[in-house]
Design a protein around this ligand. Structure first.
Ligand SMILES: [Zn+2]
Length: 487
């Protein structure tokens, strides 16, 4: 007997401020005086706006004459004619040559050579200088040497919430074995990323591997391979993180408490310290990877980050937003708004968001009716806040079918596809499992956790293509690592 407890706007974004056009009244002054007054006011406005524009960067410039426009970014009045002789303040001011060059260098580092060239050429003075011209030359030199990635050989690695304080996670309580099995410590994660970087791995989006296009022959849409172009020796990989919910049971065990938005406008995390105060910093994968990318921007293909997969029963990103918290979480509405804002912040920063089911259910085993109910809950209680998704990360890695391509008569596939999912991820320990169907992409993911590393070191090494597990394994872990207890 689940009820809709709350009303949500579908988009999750605050509605734009509406501006109403101010009508000019007839003046009591005689005509010549009126013209002089109007001219003086216009002059004052032009001067004021000029001053405002000089003080602001291009991307943060709001509509300076908001009262005279009907919507942001619309410099004209409702009938399409220019409102007055005031210059168009919505035209962004030009970025400096230095800014342009550093943006273009970042595009170059992240393998987007055409965008780098276009940026330099957008300023003819920069293009004429040696700094600009040599960047364009470097782009033109490397472009013909790029190698198109074979999408069938792209590996996908995944993590859970990273352990920040190993003393708290491994303190002999009942949760210790679970953490030891399925979690990865901060130092292990950093060592893994560095070693993968050194071996030429480059992060791509799952949407870079394949995407939907219109299918004029059969109607509807179809999946097509993406063109991922990287220099010789580089290898694409996908990264994801499951259960980014900061579950209640993890409280006090050495993990972050939530994802928030940092002072720089980028996603970061909060953690509770010994004395109970809350500090902001790099306490989980999102900010830790971002820190790494600041030092190594060429670890990301065109700004790609990872996939963040969330359930719903304990709320999202550490905020207790589920309707079951009505009455116990007094900040529930503010927290829901926070989740919307954090989700948008993550997307703007290059992260992709995914469903990991609402109740961490086994979609391969539960009844069709339960599956439907669970997905509806995720859509209503989570998707409505974070903006929906076409990526499904199966809990426990439990797929809805064996390794053969999904068949159209598979009821579960039909239902999930109808609900908007196109990318389906299970767990598979082989280096890559990529299956592109006519209308879906399916990927196996490798758990890079304590159990995997311990197995690599003692039984069978399955991650030799990524790193040496013994160089990574955190000495703070109790051994032996007991055995897989879930995903
Ligand atoms: Zn999970």
């Amino acid at each position: 007997m689940e009820k809709q407890y709350y009303h949500l706007s579908g988009s999750g974004y605050p509605s734009h401020r509406r501006h109403h056009r101010r009508r000019r009244r007839r003046s009591r002054f005689p005509l010549p005086l009126r013209i002089t007054l109007i001219l003086l006011i216009l002059l004052a406005l032009v001067l004021m706006i000029g001053k405002l524009r000089r003080g602001k960067s291009a991307d943060s410039l709001p509509s300076a004459h908001g009262e005279e426009t009907l919507g942001e970014g619309n410099p004209q009045s409702s009938d399409g004619t220019p409102e007055s002789s005031i210059p168009d303040e919505t035209t962004p001011s030009q970025p400096s040559e230095e800014q342009l060059l550093s943006e273009a260098e970042l595009k170059f580092a992240q393998y987007d050579y055409d965008a780098a060239i276009a940026l330099v050429n957008s300023n003819p003075e920069l293009a004429a200088k040696e700094a600009g011209a040599s960047l364009i030359r470097r782009c033109e030199e490397i472009k013909p040497t790029l190698v198109r990635q074979d999408i069938s050989q792209i590996t996908h690695v995944f993590f859970h919430t990273l352990i920040i304080d190993t003393a708290k996670a491994f303190d002999n309580d009942s949760r210790q074995n679970g953490y030891n099995d399925v979690m990865t410590t901060k130092s292990e994660f950093e060592k893994m990323m560095l070693e993968m970087y050194n071996r030429g791995y480059v992060l791509v989006r799952i949407h870079d591997i394949a995407h939907e296009i219109d299918d004029p022959e059969q109607g509807g849409k179809k999946m097509v391979e993406g063109d991922i172009l990287l220099p010789e020796g580089k290898k694409a990989f996908v990264l994801s993180q499951d259960d980014v919910n900061y579950y209640e049971y993890m409280d006090g065990d050495g993990f972050a408490k939530d994802i928030t938005i940092g002072a720089d406008g980028k996603p970061t995390t909060e953690m509770v310290t010994e004395d109970g105060s809350v500090v902001t910093g790099s306490f989980d994968m999102v900010p830790i990877l971002n820190d790494f990318l600041k030092e190594h921007p060429d670890f990301s293909y065109r700004g790609a980050k990872g996939i963040i997969a969330v359930t719903g029963y304990n709320g999202v990103f550490g905020y207790r937003t589920d309707p079951s918290y009505e009455g116990t979480n007094p900040n529930i509405e503010a927290d829901r708004q926070k989740v919307r804002d954090v989700a948008q912040c993550l997307r703007d920063d290059g992260w992709e968001l995914a469903s990991h089911s609402w109740g961490h259910r086994n979609y391969g085993k539960i009844s069709m009716e339960e599956l439907r109910e669970d997905n509806e809950k995720w859509q209503e209680r989570v998707g409505s806040l974070i903006g929906g998704t076409d990526i499904l990360i199966y809990p426990f890695g439990a797929d809805i079918a064996d390794w053969h391509p999904y068949k159209a008569d598979n009821e579960r596939f039909q239902y999930l596809w109808g609900s908007g999912f196109r990318y389906f991820c299970n767990v598979d320990s082989s280096p890559y499992f990529v299956q592109m169907g006519k209308d879906f992409l399916r990927m196996g993911r490798r758990n890079l956790d304590g159990y995997r590393m311990w197995q690599d070191m003692t039984v069978k090494n399955r991650t030799a293509d990524l790193f040496n597990a013994s160089d990574i394994f955190d000495s703070a872990r109790p051994t032996p690592v007991p055995g897989y207890t879930g995903g």
